[in-house]
Design a protein around this ligand. Structure first.
Ligand code: IMP
Length: 431
């Protein structure tokens, strides 16, 4: 019996993790966010109502689940309160159901201003960040100057440190980015009322999780972004600023690797990417229109149109290795319904040397072209399928081919946006 399950993205984010976390955590005691911040956007459709969560763990829609925002997450108190209010409006109450690590770094207004000012200055070389202040907040953590959630408990100290940090940021904002200065008193004024709301949620979340493990409770670790947005393993510098691969669970929660029982890699049946950076299998024209319109491929955080492409099995094989994946969950299979032909990229070729390369280094991405294998499409609808027997032969063949190429079993298939649009090949807690 598996107790602790990691759910993470194997592509560039937006693989549909939120729905799978929500589905699997109906049976879990804890759902844990371990990295990223409110740059994530996890869309859930419950009884035809769409709910988008950016910071609060997706499993919270189940009444008996406790949400943990662990130390690896960068937390915007303003966003947190906004999300709590949105949930309350939808009759979901989180009182005594969400705990935040005292060691989580804060995202405050100066991080956001800095993120936006930098992107503006980079012009055509911009990364296409979400503009949520994620990079600057992680920089503060690594530079050992971050204000953390636990600091909210000491108001006097908070004010002194805030003044110093804002002074540091203003120097760059004003002199380098020609931005107007920030007034730390305004940040403090806005921050103080949030402390009352957050105060009782602040905990040593590592301790909570260790106790849960001892008590044999089921825990779901909910990844944000995807493996190729990882700061170390992604398509650097077009990445986010956290470890979205499996190592992020360990450093981001204080739960050790021996306690992770099963690692599920969420993979969209095709590929998407928001923001700039390498995307070998990107398509344009009618195929892009098909994926975009049928898959509603617009960012749930920024509303930006996502770039779309075929499934990239070269990077997927890499994701299997760097995350020690136990199995895959294929999402949005239904978006492929109606295509005559479906392609999978099975190798990368260098256009100068014509050599097949295993995984490009930073300077090689621009020189590679994908080599595709073609698969027959299907006309029968897979939308809403609940059993493997409901799928046409060609869809079986597509799924089996992914298993063969990646040497990894597919345990779950998602066939539509609703909670119930799912084929559970294996029960992840049981297998
Ligand atoms: P940041 O995380 O806002 O710094 O953005 C860095 C890169 O990661 C940009 O290309 C973003 O579009 C991308 N990104 C960040 N969060 C997500 C996500 O949740 N889904 C998809 N892309 C993301």
């Amino acid at each position: 019996m598996k107790k602790n399950i990691v759910i993470l993205g194997t592509q560039w984010g937006d693989e549909g993790k939120g729905k799978i976390v929500d589905y699997i955590s109906s049976d879990a005691s804890y759902v844990v966010r371990y990295q990223g911040g409110h740059n994530a956007g996890h869309t859930l459709v419950v009884n035809e109502k769409k709910i988008i969560l950016h910071l609060i763990p997706s499993g919270l829609l189940h009444q008996n689940t406790i949400g943990i925002i662990a130390n690896g997450v960068v937390v915007s108190p303003a966003e947190l309160i906004k999300e709590i209010k949105m949930l309350e409006k939808n009759n979901i109450f989180i009182n005594k159901r969400v705990f935040i690590s005292d060691a989580s770094p804060l995202i405050l207004q100066y991080h956001i201003e800095m993120d936006i000012a930098r992107e503006k200055k980079l012009g055509i070389n911009a990364l296409g960040t979400t503009g949520r202040g994620i990079g600057p907040a992680y920089e503060d953590k690594i530079a050992r100057r971050a204000l953390r959630i636990g600091d909210l408990k000491n108001e006097k100290n908070l004010s002194t440190r805030l003044e110093k940090i804002v002074h540091y940021y203003n120097h760059q904002l004003v002199n380098f980015y020609q931005h107007k200065p920030i007034d730390y008193k305004i940040i403090l004024r806005d921050l103080l009322p949030t402390i009352d709301v957050i105060h009782d949620m602040i905990q040593d979340t590592t301790n909570i999780l260790h106790k849960a493990i001892k008590d044999k409770k089921k825990i779901v670790f909910e990844g944000a972004q995807g493996s190729f947005l990882d700061i170390d393993h992604g398509t650097y510098p077009y990445v986010t600023s956290s470890n979205s691969t499996v190592g992020g669970v360990i450093t981001g929660t204080g739960v050790g690797p021996k306690d992770l029982d099963y690692i599920l890699g969420i993979t969209k049946a095709y590929s998407t990417r928001v923001g700039y950076g390498p995307f070998p299998t990107e398509v344009f024209d009618d195929k892009d229109r098909h994926f975009s319109n049928k898959g509603h491929e617009f960012g749930s955080t920024t509303g930006r149109k996502r770039r779309t492409g075929w499934l990239d099995a070269v990077s997927l094989c890499r994701a299997v290795k760097i995350n020690s994946l136990s199995s895959l969950c294929i999402t949005k299979l239904d978006v492929l319904d109606g295509l005559d032909e479906i392609k999978i990229c099975v190798a990368y070729k260098n256009i100068d040397t014509l050599e097949i390369i295993s995984f490009p280094d930073i300077n090689e991405w621009e020189k590679i072209v994908p080599i595709y294998k073609s698969y027959p499409g299907w006309t029968k609808k897979t939308l809403g399928a609940k059993k493997m027997e409901d799928l046409p032969y060609e869809a079986h063949h597509y799924i089996n081919s992914i298993e063969e190429i990646t040497q990894t079993p597919v345990d779950i298939i998602s066939t539509g946006p609703e909670r119930s649009d799912i084929i559970l090949i294996k029960d992840v807690f049981e297998c």
